[in-house]
Design a protein around this ligand. Structure first.
Ligand SMILES: NC(=O)c1ccc[n+]([C@@H]2O[C@H](COP(=O)([O-])OP(=O)(O)OC[C@H]3O[C@@H](n4cnc5c(N)ncnc54)[C@H](OP(=O)(O)O)[C@@H]3O)[C@@H](O)[C@H]2O)c1
Length: 305
């Protein structure tokens, strides 16, 4: 499988990259989409230490800058004929204040959701060419809401709300994309995954001291799992067959009692009119006619949109 991972230089994304690059009986190719050349190189070196034959490369992309995302999408499309799966994972967690991006958006909204909406939309054409069943796996958690009258959180910012809003947006989008594809040729699947335990990620180095102390106590009590355990849990989602992945498309999953379980979705996330509003808003924020064209092409097959 050729797997593209956003945020593969730390945390959950790195865990998935490490496990897939060394998966017994598989020769997976990993494409890291990362903002730092240094961390990208370090991650590639680390993976190659475990498996000298690992096929791994990187594309530099700062998700807080739409021009960088556009260049990365172009570079990927130039270098690759197909991709089998994409892990939409990169994200900002804790923040002490609202940071506006160069594109004038709330950082959590742009990094965790919008830039990756753009990236995935541009790369759908490569997923359609997968012979293994193209798929997009979204790192998502349940709950949260969209702040429809203040999506960029200018009036009322709170980092937890900002993280959760981006999660809701990802879950709404994956259902929309699933709907758009299901009448087409069922070529690409869209799956949300909520990890069952907190992962000991780089977030622990970013949070304030009092939170880190509490987390260290919780770690001693077994509340956390390592990035490698996270990778092992998630790996089957990237490797299963086309028919298996299609059967899960449109769902938000978690891991329980040794298998994947579907979580019930919120009414607002399922609401088609709300999802259409989010789609229109997202297309508008991308300020790039080619995204609209990609989605229009799919919409021709789905009369409801
Ligand atoms: N940890 C958990 O238990 C948990 C549970 C559920 C969901 N999540 C979600 O999982 C995702 C990953 O979180 P994590 O805990 O693994 O965090 P992490 O260790 O901090 O990793 C975040 C990744 O995102 C990348 N990233 C951040 N800003 C970026 C930008 N502007 N451009 C490109 N890449 C950027 C980081 O790059 P650098 O390496 O350069 O910093 C890093 O690779 C987040 O969306 C988080 O909300 C985490």
């Amino acid at each position: 499988m050729k797997v593209l991972i956003t945020g593969g230089t730390n945390g959950m994304g790195k865990g998935v990259a490490k496990v897939l690059a060394n998966y017994p009986g598989e020769k997976n190719e990993i494409l890291l989409v990362c903002r730092s050349v240094k961390l990208g190189q370090q991650t590639m070196d680390e993976i190659k230490m475990d498996n000298a034959f690992a096929k791994i490369s990187m594309v530099i992309c700062d998700l807080s800058d739409m021009n960088s995302v556009k260049s990365a999408a172009l570079e990927i499309k130039t270098k690759h004929d197909f991709i089998d799966s994409i892990f939409i994972n990169a994200g900002i967690g804790y923040a002490s204040c609202r940071v506006e991006t160069i594109d004038g958006m709330d950082s959590h909204f742009q990094v965790n959701y919008l830039s990756q909406f753009y990236l995935a939309a541009q790369l759908l054409v490569l997923l359609e060419k997968s012979t293994r069943g193209g798929r997009v796996i979204y790192n998502a958690t349940p709950g949260g809401k969209i702040f429809w009258d203040d999506m960029q959180m200018i009036k009322n910012w709170n980092y937890v709300h900002a993280i959760q809003q981006a999660m809701v947006a990802k879950r709404m989008l994956l259902i929309t994309l699933h709907d758009l594809y299901k009448r087409r040729s069922n070529k690409v699947s869209f799956i949300g995954f909520s990890i069952h335990k907190t992962v000991w990620s780089n977030q622990l180095n970013i949070i304030p001291t009092h939170m880190r102390i509490a987390a260290t106590v919780m770690k001693a009590l077994g509340t956390f799992i390592s990035i490698e355990e996270c990778g092992k849990t998630m790996a089957p989602l990237f490797l299963e067959t086309a028919s298996e992945t299609l059967a899960r498309s449109g769902c938000l999953l978690t891991w329980k009692n040794g298998s994947f379980k579907t979580l019930e979705e919120d009414e607002e996330v399922l609401n088609m009119a709300k999802r259409k509003d989010l789609l229109d808003y997202s297309i508008h924020q991308c300020k790039d006619g080619s995204v609209e064209a990609v989605l229009d092409r799919l919409a021709k097959y789905e009369m409801n949109y």
